[in-house]
Design a protein around this ligand. Sequence first.
Ligand SMILES: Cc1cc2nc3c(=O)[nH]c(=O)nc-3n(C[C@H](O)[C@H](O)[C@H](O)COP(=O)(O)OP(=O)(O)OC[C@H]3O[C@@H](n4cnc5c(N)ncnc54)[C@H](O)[C@@H]3O)c2cc1C
Ligand code: SF4
Length: 495
Amino acid sequence: MAEERMLKFVTVSRDMPEKRPPRLRTDDFGEIYGEFVRDKAEEQAGRCSQCGVPYCQSHCPLHNNIPDWLMLTAEGRLREAYELSQATNTFPEICGRICPQDRLCEGNCVIEQAGHGTVTIGAVEKYITDTAWEQGWVQPIRPAAERDESVGIVGAGPGGLAAADLLRRAGVQVTVYDRHDRAGGLMTYGIPGFKLEKDVVMQRVAQLEDGGVTFRLNCEVGTDISWDDLRGVHDAVLIATGVYRSRELEAPGSEAQGIVRAIDYLTASNRKSFGDDVPEFDDGTLNAEGKRVVVIGGGDTAMDCVRTAVRQGATSVKCLYRRDRANMPGSQREVANAEEEGVEFVWLSAPAGFTAGGRQKGAVAGVAVEGTDEGRVAGVTVQKMRLGAPDATGRQVPQLIEGSDYTEDAELVIKALGFEPEELVRLWGVEGLEVTRWGTVKADFRTHETSLPGVYACGDIQRGASLVVWAIRDGREAAEAMLARFAGRGAIAAE
Ligand SMILES: Cc1cc2nc3c(=O)[nH]c(=O)nc-3n(C[C@H](O)[C@H](O)[C@H](O)COP(=O)(O)OP(=O)(O)OC[C@H]3O[C@@H](n4cnc5c(N)ncnc54)[C@H](O)[C@@H]3O)c2cc1C
Ligand code: SF4
């Protein structure tokens, strides 16, 4: 019976849910992919070859039991598929939407390697959990018994929320602190709605609140509450603060107005999507409307900036990256989406400086403005590069081509060069918390215990800028380690 439903990869070709045409999808911030209809999800799940050694599972950071939930979906047993899928993943509908599947589960699908096109694992995972929400199968968190232990979690991103979920299910008293006014971390204020609509995140936050997790928002640890006070009121603390220090660009003219940081730009755009008042958007500072936009960088953040600029009504959007397409860190799927939406990639190009005296061109609160301003950016001086010999990491090093400079005109330049950790030890005045030479918090990679007794770390602040799925895994592992400790099954190394 199962065999009839599965192994259809030879006769059924790979299909994704319908993608909205670029012309229509760039008019709004809604997600670009639709949902499978039931028959299609069952058919696509049935393409799985049910291999003995599922490489998709071993390359999923959560080791999701992918072959089994694909088989259950193909057999129409969706509720069981959901139960299995949520057993290993706190937010399957979010991972199904935004994991770079081409580098994780789907990139290691055996039938892809045999030339048949990968099983659309992410889209099926999303379908299963979206259906579970619609059908009311997603159960509220109701612990069997309350426990006395209390955990303080600093940071309401995917790492902190995944830990909160597991701890609360076990009856632990959980308080999540975040300096933002909404929970979700980069899922709320970094990643744009066209990849992850905000109500998908907010529905999970509401589920946690309803299950008894206390959120203290607009509360910055180190400012609104001291580290010592926080440590004093909880039996254990999880540091899940992410990485937010933007890498800067040291180049002549980089102080000009109109050169902005990606995180500020994306946060403003996401806040507008929530309907918030955002003065820096309304006065044109963080709004691409009517401007020629240059984004510098080749990672996921750069991809999100270029596509946001298109939706805001930029007159042109170019992305400068110092390596080539094959060597960029961003997902190839996102590059293809950006190209479809009209973004031009200028490969093997690096900024040497910025010219000023730009036009104040664009719209301020919907009113067109134009004029010159010596303090404003007018363009980017671009240096062309070639790829030289590989370095110690095996990546080819970009080398300058002398005399190849030219200027790209721009009224808005967005720097998307990556993020580094903030200096928590100094900012919070934490004695004894060890950090790595990159500034990330040093913690055991299995238990997530830090050098301080009862203090754990997870997600980007432990591993450096990474992915939502890794933060979820870390948060779950940290919660399990805390529960083991509360049960007297595991003492932390420092004790
Ligand atoms: C633009 C962008 C796009 C991305 N796209 C993807 C993608 O498509 N797929 C993917 O898998 N990953 C993506 N990522 C990466 C992913 O978002 C992160 O790896 C993930 O969110 C890290 O989770 P986290 O819980 O460690 O931290 P975060 O999500 O960064 O959350 C940390 C939280 O801690 C809070 N905080 C920090 N300091 C304090 C303090 N002192 N007091 C109180 N609160 C504090 C912050 O306000 C924040 O809410 C993207 C990242 C960016 C920037
Ligand atoms: S969590 Fe991410 S890597 Fe794992 S199966 Fe889902 S989409 Fe693939």
